[in-house]
Design a protein around this ligand. Structure first.
Ligand code: ATP
Length: 370
């Protein structure tokens, strides 16, 4: 295992800067995921760590050694690609040991390393087969096996599960997580699938336009997004946002007025806010209270938060939950609401819900969280 440290790492292709001043420390044995929208620079960052892309400026250290000018083969890293990158004419055994044979590793040691990798990945009975005789999941296992025989200090994964179907993705996700626990090696994993990142990673790096938007554990990012970008990116369906104006700063937090004139007090710090500031209130679809319909009907008082009724525009019945899209014209927002059951509602119907104040996030005009 090894740590990986990036200090002010910048990457430009010609005049176009695609990574700017990236500072990051990946700890020994940590599983870290890079996520972000397409084109934000996840793969470029991984390829710089691998040595497959030059670093334009800044410093990269692996295992406390500056490796900017060290070729990939001498960095103690190994990379698993989305495309598996197996040699089609070689059987699995030769695919996995090709690199070691090239390095003239002792044949006995090659056998030992092969046994180790095949036992971990349960590939023993397949070794004589060619890649085309295997399923996508098995091919990806071979690609991982090929990295394991090299005993790398750092394992890099570039969207390794993208070519697999949904159920195989889940299975491989669990296998890679188990592998990490077993090997305890440093792993850096690029994915555009936030569920993969949330379930596998110790920490997630969210990238936006070549910069780090936030680094944190999955739950830190979910509960305490530092900006509106991360708040909208982490969580599915994404967080709802409602435009508002600050009307009062008090001991309880920030009182804001929504477009319909009603007020909410969001319990956040307000050092950098002033009355009159434009802000946005964020609330996750799963945090909108849907029990309020029954509560209102039973005559129970609804004391905290804002209760609204809006027309249902789209319904997505998933069995275990229903995703209800409403057009909340009074607050000039389309909202997504998660109802954790089959909802007995219809399109066009009015739906009552409540925005609990303690569940609300607040973002300043520049997108930073309060
Ligand atoms: P995706 O999720 O779509 O794979 P990504 O986040 O991995 O995207 P990168 O592939 O790292 O993004 O690309 C980041 C930016 O760098 C993009 O604007 C891309 O067009 C640009 N880029 C990547 N490789 C090159 C290259 N070899 N030459 C020029 N520009 C490049």
């Amino acid at each position: 295992m090894a740590n990986v440290v990036l200090k002010k790492v910048t990457k430009a292709f010609g005049n176009v800067v695609v990574q700017k001043d990236i500072d990051l420390e990946i700890i020994d044995g940590e599983f870290i995921a890079f996520v972000g929208p397409s084109g934000c620079g996840k793969t470029t960052l991984l390829r710089m760590i691998a040595g497959l892309e030059d670093i334009t400026s800044g410093d990269l250290y692996i295992d406390n050694r500056r490796v900017n000018d060290i070729p990939p083969s001498e960095r103690s890293i190994s990379m698993v690609f989305q495309s598996y990158a197996l040699y089609p004419h070689l059987n699995l055994k030769d695919n996995m040991t090709f690199g070691l044979r090239l390095k003239k590793t002792d044949p006995k040691e090659i056998e030992e390393r092969l046994d180790y990798a095949t036992s971990i990945l349960q590939l023993g009975s397949q070794l004589e087969k060619k890649p085309k005789e295997l399923s996508g999941g098995q091919q990806q296992r071979v690609a991982i096996g090929r990295t394991l025989v090299n005993r790398p200090k750092v394992l890099l994964f570039d969207e390794p599960l993208s070519n697999l179907d949904a159920s195989l993705r889940v299975q491989m996700r669990i296998e890679i997580s188990k592998l990490h626990k077993r090997l305890n090696s440093t792993m850096v994993y690029v994915t555009h699938d936030q569920v993969e990142a949330m379930t596998m990673a110790d920490r997630i790096v969210v990238l936006e336009g070549g910069r780090i938007a936030q680094v944190g554990t999955p739950l830190e990012l979910y509960h305490y997004p530092e900006n509106r970008f991360v708040a909208g990116f982490i969580g599915s369906p994404k967080m709802n946002f409602i435009n508002a104006k600050v009307v009062e700063l008090n001991n309880e937090g920030v009182k804001v007025q929504l477009p319909n004139g009603s007020a909410l007090t969001v319990q956040v710090e307000h050092d950098s806010l002033t009355v009159g500031d434009s802000v946005s209130v964020g609330i996750r679809p799963e945090h909108i209270d849907t029990s309020v319909s029954e509560q209102c009907n039973s005559g129970e008082p609804v004391t905290e938060g804002l209760t609204l009724s809006s027309e249902i525009q789209v319904l997505e019945q998933l069995g275990h939950e229903t995703q209800i899209y409403v057009e909340a014209t009074c607050i000039e927002s389309d909202l997504i609401i998660r109802y954790f059951d089959v909802a007995d509602v219809a399109l066009g119907q009015q739906f009552k819900f409540r925005l609990p104040e303690y569940r609300c996030h607040l973002f300043k005009k520049d997108g930073t969280a309060c």
